[in-house]
Design a protein around this ligand. Structure first.
Ligand SMILES: NC(=O)c1ccc[n+]([C@@H]2O[C@H](COP(=O)([O-])OP(=O)(O)OC[C@H]3O[C@@H](n4cnc5c(N)ncnc54)[C@H](O)[C@@H]3O)[C@@H](O)[C@H]2O)c1
Length: 293
């Protein structure tokens, strides 16, 4: 049997980290939220508060549940503030160097029996595990965006992940009311291995002038019954994250079919990272999103 998880640390209070803290606190877990500055932690907390308020307005949760959940989330400006955690989920920027550094510096502050997980969309779990002092207690717990709405969580075992770690993670996901699928540790796992090449192809379609942003998104919404067009989805995921996943697929599988579209690279270089930067394939600064091409 693995350890029972009661207190969850979350590293990175961006889109995903705030979503993970949100669902954990609503499910009754104590949460410690860490980011590179108190300001970022506070921004994350404000996002969580706003998203929970929306759930109250939609009668998904009660106002009492929102207040109780918010009280369960504590800011954790230092790694020592994560010392009491049974599980720490890393949800920082999708960059291997950044993540490796986090794990190396984090581990000395943790209890020896604490589980360490990563929310990476694509980076090798086995490689990240090697940056910790506990590869057998390391696992990929990959949430989908937006975390409060999406039912799936991918669980990815590294080569050294032991059964009790996997069992604890599975039980944790089920306590969140979510469904886990198991994926092998190959670049981008299941969902993004299939989804990102589709998004990259949509960007090539735009790059080659086959269609406009609006035509491509409308075509896939109405022609393939996708709830969101691929370019809208790319903006939603974050174009930096999309590029990073394509690079991992390209390098990890050494197949030219995963070549990141040069237009995606250009948007990222421009800092047009999608919704979070208010500009990507759409401009979000006005009342309604306006296509940028
Ligand atoms: N966006 C998605 O759709 C999605 C879906 C599933 C998984 N993911 C994965 O989740 C992770 C986070 O993505 P996101 O969309 O939340 O990105 P984001 O840019 O919204 O947030 C990243 C956060 O990490 C923080 N950060 C950076 N370096 C840090 C460090 N050294 N220590 C602590 N915090 C640090 C940043 O300040 C920022 O707040 C990535 O690994 C990404 O691949 C993203």
């Amino acid at each position: 049997m693995g350890i029972t998880i009661r207190t969850v640390g979350v590293i990175g209070a961006g889109q995903m980290g705030s979503g993970i803290a949100h669902v954990c606190s609503l499910a009754g877990f104590d949460v410690r939220l860490h980011d590179i500055s108190e300001e970022r932690i506070n921004t994350g907390l404000a996002t969580i508060n706003g998203n929970m308020a929306r759930q109250v307005a939609k009668e998904v949760i009660t106002d009492a549940a929102r207040r109780e959940a918010l009280e369960r989330i504590q800011p954790a400006p230092t790694y020592d503030d994560l010392g009491a955690c049974d599980l720490v989920i890393e949800a920082a920027t999708e960059n291997e160097e950044v993540k490796r550094k986090i794990f190396t510096n984090l581990c000395p502050s943790l209890r020896p029996d604490a589980i360490v997980a990563t929310n990476t969309s694509s980076i090798s779990i086995t490689r990240l595990a090697a940056a910790t002092d506990r590869p057998e207690k390391f696992i990929g717990i990959h949430f989908m965006n937006p975390v409060p709405l999406m039912q799936l969580v991918e669980l990815i075992r590294g080569i050294a992940t032991e059964d009790p770690t996997y069992e604890s993670a599975k039980e944790f996901i089920s306590k969140l009311g979510k469904t886990a699928t198991v994926s092998e540790d190959f670049p981008a796992f299941i969902v993004n291995r299939i989804l990102l090449p589709m998004i990259n192809e949509a960007i090539y379609t735009l790059y080659e002038g086959v269609g406009s942003v609006d035509a491509i998104d409308t075509a896939m919404r109405l022609g393939a019954n996708h709830p969101m067009g691929p370019l809208q989805l790319a903006d939603f995921i974050g174009l930096d994250t999309c590029l990073s996943i394509m690079q991992v697929l390209h390098e990890g599988l050494a197949d030219s079919k995963y070549r990141p579209c040069p237009l995606l690279v250009k948007y990222v270089e421009a800092g047009w990272l999608g919704r979070k930067a208010k500009r990507g394939f759409y401009d979000y600064r006005g009342e309604k999103p306006v296509p940028t091409r």
